[in-house]
Design a protein around this ligand. Structure first.
Ligand SMILES: Nc1nc2c(ncn2[C@@H]2O[C@H](COP(=O)(O)OP(=O)(O)OP(=O)(O)O)[C@@H](O)[C@H]2O)c(=O)[nH]1
Ligand SMILES: [Mg+2]
Length: 501
C-alpha cells in the first residue's frame, strides 16, 4: 500500500486508544475484566475481523471461500454450517473447537478435491461455541474472516449464535466490520442491520457494513446478461434510503462463479472446452436448463457425473459464460479464464471495496471496537475506583478523534441529516473518506496522481470547504460537516508534506 493510502489521523487515534486501554488495564487489574482488556489491547495489533452474514443459503460460505481463494468453508448441508467459524492466518494448519470454558479441542480434518472436511470428533454442532480454522493463506494476513450460520435459519440456536456474535448483549462485538449478503432485501435484513449498528460511536452507522447482492447469476435466471441485471438491482438497492442508512454500498457478486474462478482446475477447463467446441446453437440448446444439460446428448463425451459436477461448480450461468468465452477466444488458457471469470463474477469489485472501505480504515474500525468494549467494561464496573477517569478518557477520544468525526458525518449524510446541493454532498462524502480513505480517492484523482497534483487539489478543496464552513448562509448541519471536511483537507496536506516523491 502506498504511503498516501493510510488514514491521515489514524496513528494518533490508535495511540490514544492504546493509552486508554493501558489505563483501563491498570484500573481493572485483578478484576474479572483484566483478561478481556488485555485481549482487546492485543487485538489492536491483529488483523481486522470481518464477518460474513446474511440469511440462510444466501451464499455466505461460498463467498468466504472466494475471498480466501480456497474451499475451506462447507457449502453443503453438513453440521459445520451451523457453527460460527473463524478463518485466521497462522504458521500451521489446524482446527480447534471452543466448547464452553474448557480448553479448545484440536479436531481432525481432511481435504478432498480441495474441500476442507472437519471431523467434529463426536461433538454435536449445538455444543460447539465456535470453530477456529488456522490456515496459512495470503488472503488471511490482513483479515480474519468469520463465517456465520444463516439468520432466519431453521435451527433457532444457530441463528442465535450469529446474532450473539454480531449484536451481543454485553460483550464487545467480536467483528469489526460485516459483509452482509442479501438476495433481495427482506424486512428481517433491515432489522438485523439496524441492531448491528446500534452502538455508541456513531449511531446508526453504515461505516462498517458493505452489502452484497449475492447469487447475482440467478437474478436473470442464468442468462448471459445476468450480471448487468444484477448491477441494476444492486444500484437500486444502494440508492434506497433505508439501505443507505445501513450499508455503505451494495455490489452484486456471483459468489459461486467467484469461488470456482479462484480454484479452477485444468480438468474443468477441459470439460468446458467440449461444450465450447459445439456449434453455438447446439450449445445454447444444451444449456437451456440444468436438467437438459445433464440428460441430453449422451454422445457429447461428458458423463452425467461430470456434467453434474460442472453445474455444482459453475451454475448454468457460469457454464454458459465460461464456454462462450473459450469459444470466442476471450480466454485461451485456464489462467486467463480464471481471471476473466473472477472479474465478471463481481469478486474484484468487492475486493476493491473491502480494501478501500475496510482495510484502509482498519485502525479506525479496530479502535472503534476497542473503545466500545472499554465503554462496556466501564458501564458494568461503576464501583471500581478509577472508573471515572477511564470513562472520561473514552469519551474524550470518541468525541474528539477526527476519524470518528468523519464517520459521524458519513452516517449523518447517509441518514439524510446533513443535506445540501447534490454535488456538494457528494464531494463532502468523498473528502471525508466515504469512497475510500486514500488521498487520491478523497480528491477524486487517479491512483497514480503525483504529489504536486494531489497538493493542488487538496488546497482547492481546503479553500472550498473553509468558505462553506464560514458562510453564514450554510445550514447548521452542513457547516458542522464542512468543518470536519476542512480538518480532513488539512490532514491530507500534512500527509502530503511528509511524503517523498
Ligand atoms: N447459482 C449460484 N449458487 C450459489 C451461489 N452462491 C452459493 N450458491 C449455492 O447455494 C447453496 C448455499 O451456498 P452456501 O455458500 O453454503 O450458503 P450459506 O449462506 O453459507 O448457507 P448456510 O450457511 O447454510 O446458511 C450452495 O449449494 C451453493 O453452491 C451463487 O453465486 N450462484
Ligand atoms: Mg454457510
Amino acid at each position: 500500500m502506498s504511503k498516501l493510502a493510510s488514514e491521515p489521523s489514524a496513528p494518533r487515534l490508535i495511540d490514544r486508544t492504546r493509552a486508554v486501554l493501558a489505563r483501563a488495564i491498570d484500573v481493572y487489574q485483578g478484576t474479572p475484566h483484566a483478561g478481556r482488556l488485555a485481549a482487546l489491547r492485543d487485538r489492536l495489533d491483529q488483523p481486522l475481523r470481518v464477518a460474513v452474514a446474511g440469511r440462510v443459503k444466501a451464499g455466505k460460505s461460498t463467498l468466504l471461500n472466494a475471498l480466501v481463494g480456497e474451499r475451506l468453508a462447507p457449502t453443503d448441508a453438513g453440521e459445520c454450517t451451523r457453527i460460527v467459524t473463524w478463518y485466521e492466518d497462522g504458521h500451521s494448519y489446524q482446527v480447534r473447537a471452543h466448547v464452553g470454558r474448557s480448553q479448545p479441542r484440536q479436531l481432525r480434518f481432511t481435504r478432498e478435491n480441495g474441500q476442507l472436511d472437519i471431523d467434529l470428533g463426536g461433538l454435536a454442532a449445538e455444543e460447539v461455541d465456535e470453530l477456529v480454522v488456522t490456515w496459512p493463506a495470503q488472503a488471511l494476513r490482513a483479515v480474519t474472516l468469520i463465517d456465520t450460520p444463516g439468520i432466519g435459519s431453521l435451527s433457532e440456536s444457530a441463528a442465535r449464535r450469529t446474532w450473539d456474535l454480531l449484536v451481543p448483549d454485553e460483550e464487545e462485538t467480536p467483528a469489526d466490520a460485516v459483509v452482509y449478503l442479501m438476495r433481495h432485501l427482506h424486512a428481517g435484513d433491515v432489522e438485523f442491520l439496524r441492531a448491528f449498528h446500534d452502538s455508541e460511536v456513531s449511531r446508526p452507522s453504515p461505516v462498517n457494513a458493505i452489502g452484497v447482492l449475492s447469487r447475482a447469476d440467478e437474478i436473470a435466471v442464468g442468462r448471459l446478461d445476468s450480471m448487468a441485471s444484477a448491477r441494476r438491482v444492486a444500484s437500486r438497492l444502494g440508492d434506497d434510503p433505508d439501505v443507505r442508512r445501513l450499508v455503505q454500498s451494495v455490489v452484486p457478486v456471483a459468489g459461486l462463479l467467484a469461488e470456482t474462478a479462484v480454484t479452477l482446475t485444468e480438468e474443468e477447463v477441459g470439460h468446458l472446452r467440449t461444450i465450447a467446441d459445439l456449434p453455438v446453437r447446439e450449445a445454447e440448446e444444451l444449456l437451456l436448463s440444468a436438467d437438459r444439460f445433464v440428460s441430453t446428448r449422451p454422445e457429447l463425451g461428458l458423463t452425467e457425473l461430470e456434467r453434474t459436477a460442472l453445474l455444482a461448480r459453475f451454475g448454468v450461468f457460469g457454464v454458459r459464460l465460461a464456454s462462450t468465452m473459450l469459444r470466442r477466444k476471450v480466454a485461451g488458457t485456464a489462467t486467463e479464464l480464471a481471471r476473466e471469470l473472477a472479474e465478471r463474477s463481481g469478486l474484484n469489485q468487492l475486493q476493491d471495496l473491502l480494501s478501500s472501505l475496510f482495510f484502509e480504515r482498519r485502525d479506525v474500525l479496530k479502535c472503534r471496537s476497542a473503545l466500545l468494549a472499554v465503554a462496556e467494561v466501564v458501564r458494568v464496573c461503576q464501583r471500581q475506583p478509577g472508573t471515572d477517569g477511564v470513562s472520561a478518557e473514552v469519551e474524550a477520544v470518541v468525541a474528539s478523534a477526527h476519524p470518528f468525526n468523519e464517520l459521524r458525518v458519513l452516517s449523518g449524510l447517509r441518514a439524510g441529516w446533513v443535506s445540501g446541493k447534490a454535488e456538494v454532498v457528494a464531494e463532502l462524502e468523498r473528502v471525508i473518506g466515504g469512497a475510500g480513505g486514500a488521498t487520491h480517492q478523497r480528491l477524486r484523482l487517479a491512483p497514480d496522481a503525483g504529489g504536486a497534483e494531489l497538493t493542488a487539489a487538496a488546497v482547492d478543496a481546503l479553500t472550498r470547504w473553509q468558505r462553506r464552513a464560514e458562510n453564514p448562509l450554510t445550514a447548521y448541519e452542513l457547516a458542522v460537516a464542512a468543518r470536519v471536511a476542512v480538518r480532513s483537507c488539512e490532514g491530507m496536506l500534512a500527509d502530503l508534506s511528509q511524503s517523498t516523491y
